[in-house]
Design a protein around this ligand. Structure first.
Ligand SMILES: [Zn+2]
Length: 287
């Protein structure tokens, strides 16, 4: 893709905002988040899970993204989310996506470092950026991840690993988790700041759904410049569907395009709200 995830997030870090990185899983959700970015004049990273790549196919997902971004006036990158599977990575790198997250958090550190280095060499040869995860971010997302933190390291070690592997972005454990929070998380913006002091590589916050605007601001001030949102999209999508279908049953009116419009409006609205929290609105105009 013509848009570089590394360039978008470096620009954001220098200017003090975060690029929204939003997980989508079908045409409608992809269309809705792109519409939100256009409406708010924000840069955007569209993220796809390995599960979605496997069900929709790399070629279809790539073509869909190209079709939906062809006439879009804001920069939009295409990113593969948490991927521990080298074959899927190779496939997506060959398709020329903007970036991939090689999730090596299930490996011990020696293997994680060696394999991240290999993935980075292959990705960079194709102009694809690499986000690196060697620590466990808590929670399971689309079948990838774990609820216990088996691999945790010092920020000095994380910065050294990024240097050694030449990864473009770093995804550390920052106290957040994937999915909805059952209890208030213990957030670690100070850990992001400590890491940011050691490396100028963009830092990524996972598990953004459910945090407050003030939490996002604390992470952005600490140096985070890519914030991942997934659960908020799924929730808006399903809730809008449910509301619309309940209304359809009550009024005995069955019009699929109205259902599609209701979902698009709800998803687009929730992402536009996050864009403002991340202070990314209007940033596409300044490039
Ligand atoms: Zn994640």
């Amino acid at each position: 893709m013509d848009v570089s995830t590394k360039a978008l997030t470096r620009t954001a870090r220098n200017a003090g905002y975060a690029v929204p990185a939003v997980n989508v899983f079908d045409e409608l959700s992809m269309r809705a988040v792109i519409a939100a970015a256009e409406r708010t004049h924000a840069p955007l990273i569209v993220q796809i899970s390995v599960k979605t790549v496997r069900s929709s196919g790399t070629a279809f997902t790539t073509d869909l993204f190209r079709a939906l971004t062809r006439d879009v006036a804001v920069p939009v990158a295409l990113h593969l989310d948490h991927c521990p599977d080298r074959r899927v990575l190779d496939d997506v790198i060959a398709a020329g996506w903007s970036s991939v997250l090689f999730d090596a958090s299930d490996r011990d550190l020696d293997d994680a470092v060696r394999e991240t280095g290999e993935v980075t060499i292959a990705a960079h040869a194709s102009g694809v950026d690499v986000e690196s995860e060697v620590e466990n971010i808590l929670g399971v997302e689309d079948g990838v991840g774990s609820d216990d933190s088996r691999h945790a390291y010092s920020v000095e070690r994380l910065a050294a690993v990024a240097e050694q592997t030449d990864a473009d972005l770093i995804a550390p454990q920052l106290g957040t988790s994937h999915g909805l929070y059952k209890a208030d998380p213990v957030l670690l913006p100070e850990r992001a700041a400590e890491l940011a002091a050691l490396t100028d590589r963009p830092i990524v916050l996972h598990g953004g759904t459910g945090l407050r605007a003030s939490d996002f601001r604390a992470f952005i001030r600490a140096g985070v410049s890519k914030i991942n949102i997934s659960t908020a999209v799924k929730h808006a999508y399903m809730q809008a569907s449910l509301d619309h279908l309940e209304h359809a049953r009550e009024t005995d009116s069955w019009d699929p395009p109205k259902l599609v419009a209701a979902i698009e409006s709800a998803v687009s609205g929730v992402i536009a709200e996050h864009v403002q929290w991340f202070e990314a609105d209007g940033q596409a105009d300044r490039r």
